[in-house]
Each structure stands twice: as C-alpha cells, then as structure tokens.
Ligand binder design. Structure first.
Ligand SMILES: [Fe+2]
Ligand SMILES: [Fe+2]
Length: 273
C-alpha cells in the first residue's frame, strides 16, 4: 500500500474487553473512579458543544501521538543503554499517554461523541535521521518530544486544570497534570546524563532539532489565535475546560522561554533566536 492510501485513516478507538480490560483497569483504577455521566450539556449552545467535542477529540489524538513519541523514545533509550532507573521511569510514559487518550476520548463521548479525525498512522512522529548513533537518536527525540513538547505542557495543563470548573474535566485534567509532571522534567534529566558524551557538533544537532520543534509549536499557537476569534464562545468554557484565551497564549510564550529555552541554553544546547 502506498503511503498516500493510508493518509485518510479514521482515528478510532476500541477496547478488547473482558479480562484484558479488567487487568488494564487494575493498572489505572482512578479512571473508573471519575464522575462519568455527570455532565449536563443542556445549558451549552449546540455550536459551542460541537467545538468542545472537536477539541477533546483532537486532544485524544494528540495524546495518541505523544504515546507513539514516548514508545519510540523508550526504544532509543534502551539502545543507547541509558541508566536503568531513567529508562524505568520512561517505561511508564506510554501507559500514561494511553490513559490520557482514553480520558480525552471519554470526555468527547460525555459531550455527545467524538468528531472525525483523519490521519496517516505512519506520519505521526518525525523519526530521527537513521544514520545517527543510538545516543544521538535518543537525544534527537528527547529534545523535541520531552525538552520542548512535554516540558511546555506542564504549565499549560496546570493552568487549564485550574480554570476547569466542572468536577469531571477537573478530574480528567488533574490526572493528566499529575502524570505530565514526570514527563516534563524527564528530558532534562536525560540531557544531564548524556551531556558529557556529546561533542560541540552533537549539541548543535540537538539544538537544531529543538528549534524545529519550537517552530512547529509556535505555528500551532498562531492557528489558535486566528481561529479562536472566529469560533470561541463563552458558553463553551465549562464543557471545554480549555484555556484558549489571551492568558493561555501569554502563559505559553512565557513558558517557552522559562521551561524550554533557558534550560536548554543553560545546558549548552544552542538555539536560534
Ligand atoms: Fe499526555
Ligand atoms: Fe506526556
């Protein structure tokens, strides 16, 4: 099959059920303990509800992508023989992200159902150049997925969680925030271990990888800024529990500086202005 044939695959989820689901539930019992079925959508305008369903579906899709990024990074960490305890910590991350996928998807269901997301399953993450040695393959993914992506998500999710009023999105976001705290600091712990083994050229390569990831995220913020004015509706606030406001974008820009750029620069990873 050509890559293009897969480009429009529908993003859908299912559970195996029975004993498999019971064992999965035992791993993360807090999911079933959340106040599912308590969200009254009647006060929310139909157009606002559609936006909220779309946002939560996209959030589930985003968590799915992050799960793939965590799994790919885990392989590279093993291949470069990173410290056992560091890998052990990262081994939990794919399961965390799977749980986040489920939580976001169930939030969309709570609001009336998921919306259509089409994607190419083979293009969800950008692999590092295959010719790099294992340590740099791991570093290439870690700076992009963890030092930029996950580090940035901590303050943004935390504020989104604080802004959520209804107990259900509060529980969902609270769970995600607790898990992400470990993801967001992980990348810098890896760098602290790897730095003595990296040459100037290696650091430049990692800086370029971080630059690319920063550019992608900056473009996403531009798109939030432009769409928000057209679509955003006050009545969506409760359903969305999402901070797509000027305050969110300001916090995002500040966090990019303090949580991403400064910690990278202080470790000698060069970034473009
Ligand atoms: Fe996540
Ligand atoms: Fe994460």
């Amino acid at each position: 099959m050509e890559v293009s044939d897969r480009a429009g695959e529908l993003f859908e989820l299912e559970l195996f059920g029975d004993g498999i689901e019971r064992r999965y539930r035992k791993l993360r019992p807090e999911v079933e303990g959340m106040p599912w079925g308590t969200f009254d959508t009647r006060p929310i305008r139909e157009t606002a509800l559609v936006i909220a369903r779309k946002q939560w579906t996209l959030a589930a899709f985003q968590e799915h992508r992050t799960g793939i990024a965590c799994a790919a990074t885990l392989r590279a960490l093993m291949e470069c023989r990173a410290p056992l305890d560091l890998i052990g910590l990262a081994a939990r991350f794919p399961l965390d992200e799977l749980v986040h996928v489920e939580l976001c998807a169930r939030m969309a269901m709570e609001l009336g159902g998921g919306t259509e997301v089409r994607h190419d399953p083979e293009q969800l993450i950008l692999d590092p150049p295959p010719e790099l040695p294992p340590l740099l393959r791991a570093g290439h993914m870690i700076v992009r997925f963890f030092c930029v992506g996950e580090a940035l998500s901590i303050p943004l999710l935390h504020s989104t969680w604080k802004a959520a009023r209804h107990p259900l999105p509060r529980a969902v976001l609270g769970r995600i925030v607790r898990d992400e705290a470990a993801h967001g600091t992980f990348g810098f712990a890896f760098l602290d271990w790897a730095l003595p083994m990296l040459s100037e050229d290696d650091r430049t390569l990692l800086g370029e990888a971080a630059d690319r990831a920063i550019r992608v995220i900056s473009r996403q913020w531009d798109s939030i800024r432009s769409k928000r004015s057209a679509e955003y509706d006050e009545s969506v606030g409760d359903a969305l529990g999402w901070m797509q406001t000027d305050a969110y974008l300001e916090l995002a820009a500040r966090s990019m500086q303090s949580r991403v750029r400064e910690p990278l620069l202080s470790r000698g990873i060069p970034l473009s202005a």
